[in-house]
Design a protein around this ligand. Structure first.
Ligand code: GLY
Length: 345
């Protein structure tokens, strides 16, 4: 069995380990906060991942899918925690993908004004993004992730064995995010820390660990997204617009893949990168067999209007764009240029 890789998220006295590798979920008892006497395990139907916190526990199953990310779920969970007798010294354990870790993390953040949470991330998207970094929250009818809090976990376990059973589309949902890390220094890190040629050439556990290490570094520098953390949204502006438009059958990672190619075209039109760098974006997307064509029926006017409503758009339309100094948050991107790039997709 390959060894478990440990990556730390350095946040002073709130620092925590992320353990990555085959069988990492079996470390749960070892990473539970000292003094926790019971655990509330939060999961979804169909997540068949056995965990043993090593203390008495009760399992709370929230509804399937993104619909579970609502305030009503938080209320029901907190009532359940209270009936179970969970105290502030105990622990919530989220076992699942991004929906579970967002919901379990938020319930932990508000129950008794905050109890510890440990995440056992079972999807690729959860392991390389959602479970790490402390963003928690739920959706409102008015939009995604509009209510939430930053609540860092006490530990995260990324068991790569759980990825083997993921349905192909669930895996693709994570591959778009994986592709993103190539442009956040992933290839350099793969070479320096893991001796690989590039991120996509690493074995899976090392690849997940490299993404976690990049995210840990960004979160340590900018925990509450005052600046650099926004770079993690590379490829997401078009992705979010397609998701909000809502007519397209796209998983998040599939939308991010389209958004990455689009962001490269925008950067090229703005003379920030050359044709070789655009080709490098395509090479990475092809390496993960990710399609990057705009879905049929996309209304360019609607997309440009949605860009203007993005949370980042405080100073005109804002994009994360590649350039000579790497990724940067660029405000005031011209709608004409964005329209031309949409036409070239
Ligand atoms: N998923 C982006 C972030 O954690 O900031």
């Amino acid at each position: 069995m390959s060894p478990i890789i440990r990556v730390d998220v350095p946040l002073g006295d709130r620092s925590y380990p992320v353990l990555v590798g085959a069988g990492a979920r079996h470390e749960l008892g070892a990473v539970l906060p000292a003094g926790a006497q019971r655990a509330a395990v939060v999961t979804q139907p169909g997540i068949d991942v056995g965990v043993d916190p090593g203390v008495p526990f009760e399992t709370f199953v929230i509804p399937d899918g993104e619909q579970a990310k609502e305030l009503a779920t938080i209320g029901k969970l907190c009532s359940g925690f209270a009936r179970f007798g969970l105290t502030r010294r105990d622990v919530v354990v989220g076992v699942g993908g991004g929906v579970v870790t967002d919901v379990a993390g938020f319930a932990a953040a508000v129950y008794h004004r905050g109890v510890a949470v440990v995440h056992v991330a079972t999807t690729l998207l959860g392991q390389i993004d959602a479970a790490v970094g402390g963003k928690t929250g739920v959706n409102l009818a008015e939009g995604k992730n509009l209510v939430g809090s930053f609540w860092q976990p006490a530990a995260v376990l990324c068991d790569t064995d759980t990825l083997a059973t993921l349905p192909p589309r669930e895996l693709r949902a994570g591959l778009g995010e994986l592709a993103k890390y190539h442009f956040l220094g992933g290839d350099e890190l793969a070479a320096e820390r893991f001796g690989g040629e590039s991120l996509d050439a690493l074995p899976l556990a090392e690849r997940v660990a490299a993404c976690v290490a990049i995210k840990a570094d960004v979160v340590a520098a900018d925990e509450t997204e005052g600046g650099r953390r926004a770079l993690l949204n590379y490829g997401h502006t078009l992705a979010h617009a397609l998701e909000i438009a809502g007519r397209f059958d796209l998983r998040h990672g599939e939308a991010v893949a389209i958004g990455l190619r689009y962001a490269a075209l925008v950067a090229r039109l703005a003379d920030r990168i050359d044709d070789d760098r655009v080709a490098e974006h395509q090479r990475v997307l092809d390496a993960y067999e990710l399609g990057s064509q705009l879905p049929k029926g996309v209304d360019h006017d609607e997309i440009i209007e949605l860009f203007g409503r993005d949370k980042k758009a405080t100073d005109g339309i804002t994009f994360v764009l590649d350039g000579p100094r790497g990724l940067e948050v660029v405000p005031g991107v011209s709608p004409d240029l964005l329209r031309t790039a949409l036409e070239r997709m």
